[in-house]
Design a protein around this ligand. Structure first.
Ligand code: ZN
Length: 289
């Protein structure tokens, strides 16, 4: 029995995850070729896909296959555009000694940095930091969208990490946010995309990051300075958001660079990031190339 859509990406193919999180079905097979095989095709036909799911969603349990999250890649692996927002929690702006932004500070994480929910993170330097983030995937093109209707353009939500190489990020007269946050493996996401209909309040989700079991970040997306609807309204006032596009929404307080003294990731560290109702992802740090 499926109540919400949980869409994952296994080896480039779109799969649906069962409500008890124990099995998957291949979207192309289950839909008789209507959707898939890629998640990109599913997002490109999102409205029709959801209509199909409402009718067919409980009829294909017999096709189920077992899985482990380590099989999955990021749920939206081929976005045309990736947006990432800085300073979007007041407590994080406070720890960075920066004033609250009047418009969302926006950069990108290039798709080459994407990784799945269980991955290894090669540390290119000794100043790599963690940033637990809610990630939004667009389902329906959004152009000049008002906040009141923004959620209807969202396919769903997933868990992400905006790993950040602080030295490159902050180098130069114009800081290099996009490049410093796009090293290989710096944008893990997953374990799957969850549609918002199952969440009691999609604007209030507990978010947490642990390193080697110790809680380093703990907050709620209710504390975002710019909420998901406000971000979609702002971004879509500038550029249309396209199906499958990805938005990293910013991180709460507790990053390593703001500590005194600063603390960064080292070889063997295990970073676990979780969001209530969406699941968790896990990255293991390594310095071996
Ligand atoms: Zn971030």
């Amino acid at each position: 029995m499926r109540t919400a859509v949980r869409l994952a990406n296994r080896a480039g193919r779109a799969v649906l995850v069962s409500s008890d999180l124990s099995s998957t079905v291949d979207v192309q097979t289950a839909s008789g070729g209507l959707f898939g095989p890629s998640t990109r095709d599913v997002y490109d036909h999102w409205v029709e896909f959801i209509e199909w799911f409402k009718v067919a969603g409980n009829s294909f349990d017999a096709m189920s296959e077992a899985f482990v999250p380590g099989d999955f890649g990021p749920p939206a692996p081929e976005p045309r555009q990736v947006f990432a927002i800085g300073l979007n929690y007041q407590d994080h702006a406070d720890e960075a000694n920066l004033t609250y932004p009047e418009v969302p500070p926006t950069f990108t994480k290039w798709v080459g940095s994407f990784a799945g929910p269980e991955s290894s993170l090669n540390l290119p330097t000794t100043t790599v930091d963690w940033e637990a983030e809610l990630v939004v995937v667009i389902g329906k093109r959004a152009d000049q969208v008002a906040p009141e209707s923004a959620w209807s353009h969202v396919a769903g939500l997933t868990v992400g990490q905006d790993f950040s190489e602080r030295t490159l990020q902050l180098t130069g007269p114009a800081p290099q946010f996009s490049l410093g946050k796009s090293y290989t493996g710096f944008a893990p996401q997953g374990p799957w995309l969850t549609t918002v209909d199952e969440l009691k309040d999609p604007d209030d989700l507990a978010i947490e990051c642990r390193i080697n079991g110790e809680i380093v970040q703990k907050s709620s997306t209710a504390r975002l300075i710019f909420s998901v609807p406000q971000l979609i309204a702002h971004l879509s006032s500038v550029v249309p958001l396209l199906p499958g596009d990805v938005i990293f929404t910013g991180t709460p307080a507790g990053v390593g660079g703001a500590r005194k003294p600063p603390k960064f990731l080292s070889d063997g560290d295990v970073v676990e990031t979780s969001i209530a109702g969406l699941g968790h992802i896990r990255q293991t740090c390594t310095t071996a190339r």
